[in-house]
Design a protein around this ligand. Structure first.
Ligand SMILES: NC(=O)C1=CN([C@@H]2O[C@H](COP(=O)(O)OP(=O)(O)OC[C@H]3O[C@@H](n4cnc5c(N)ncnc54)[C@H](OP(=O)(O)O)[C@@H]3O)[C@@H](O)[C@H]2O)C=CC1
Ligand SMILES: O=C(O)C(=O)[C@@H](O)[C@H](O)C(=O)CO
Length: 276
């Protein structure tokens, strides 16, 4: 798969993001180094990490050793909940850059709104400064619900480019996605494969069989056809390859409708009101 097979999605600040990337949550530093090396070799050009994942150094080492031009790889990291606040976000960002071995990240996100701390507005103010300084090309948020976004938009200057939230066929987040779309905020789907738990679903098995592909590929194609950005995680080389090989077929309208009908509201991750 050549890297240019992955479409880029235009962001509200004029930058763009490859629509599919590699997630590395729950991957330790050394395994992240091996996994990212494999992914870059296979043609991935978008990596999603976070200070919380404890693997920014491994991601950075793989990137540096890959021979791929830094500017050809889209790198996202995130500020963790216990680092929210203006000054601590600036320090946390410095640490992330140092661990990644980079001068600039493509996207810096608030990991969770952590509403009980009530610090996400000042955290975002620090991120506006980081962007102004040219050390993050774009800034955005993760796990924000509409009321968090409304407050942020009312009290800060830079519209987030992305809201990275759980989206998978059981939790389709239609209202939140429409809210973002109306404000030019792209939705990025975390746990797009529902952490692997959805892959034996009979509807997906039937569609996979019709196309002679895997259920993971069906689910990823479903995300992509709706304009979502996706960051599936795998440490298994054959799956890393398979997850990228989702640009040579289309789901039919009936197949898409059958997956749309799986929306039950069931989360595989935490609810934003309960974290932080
Ligand atoms: N902002 C946030 O709060 C959050 C962000 N994220 C981001 O989203 C990324 C993806 O989400 P994540 O929770 O990791 O879950 P995913 O939905 O990406 O699922 C990952 C699981 O699916 C398995 N898997 C991957 N590909 C295949 C395949 N082709 N066939 C069968 N099984 C497969 C993996 O196994 P194996 O690795 O063993 O191959 C792993 O167990 C994270 O890694 C992280 O970067 C995730 C959660 C929260
Ligand atoms: O969703 C959960 O319950 C998790 O453990 C993860 O989402 C984790 O908190 C995280 O933020 C990973 O990015």
């Amino acid at each position: 798969m050549t890297p240019d097979a992955v479409p880029r999605i235009r962001l509200n600040d004029g930058n763009s993001i490859p629509q599919l990337g590699l997630g590395v949550y729950k991957v330790d530093d050394d395994e992240a180094e091996r996994t990212v090396a494999t992914a870059l070799e296979l043609g991935y050009r978008h990596l999603d990490t976070a200070e919380y994942y404890g693997n920014e150094a491994g991601v950075g080492r793989a990137l540096a050793a890959s021979g791929v031009d830094r500017d050809d790889v889209y790198v996202t990291t995130k500020v963790w909940n216990d680092q929210q606040g203006y000054d601590s976000t600036l320090h946390s960002f410095d640490r992330s850059l140092a661990k990644l071995g980079l001068d600039v990240v493509d996207l810096y996100l608030i990991h969770w709104p952590a509403p009980r701390q009530d610090l996400y507005v000042e955290t975002y103010r620090a991120m506006e400064r980081i962007r102004q300084e040219g050390r993050a090309r774009s800034i955005g948020v993760s796990n924000f619900q509409t009321h968090h976004l409304e407050r942020l938009l009312g009290e800060t200057d830079v519209v987030p480019v992305i809201n990275q939230v759980e989206v998978q066929p059981w939790l389709q987040q239609r209202e939140l996605r429409a809210f973002g779309e109306a404000r030019h905020i792209v939705t990025e789907a975390w746990s797009p494969l529902a952490r692997g738990r959805i892959l034996e679903d009979p509807v997906l098995l039937r569609i996979a069989s019709a196309h002679d592909i895997s259920t993971a590929q069906v689910v990823l194609r479903w995300h992509l056809q709706q304009g979502l950005v996706v960051i599936p995680k795998s440490v298994t080389p054959s799956r890393i390859a398979e997850n990228l090989d989702v640009f040579g077929f289309d789901l039919t309208p009936d197949e898409t409708a059958a997956i749309d009908a799986l929306d039950s509201g069931e989360r595989v991750g935490s609810h934003p009101d309960e974290v932080g």
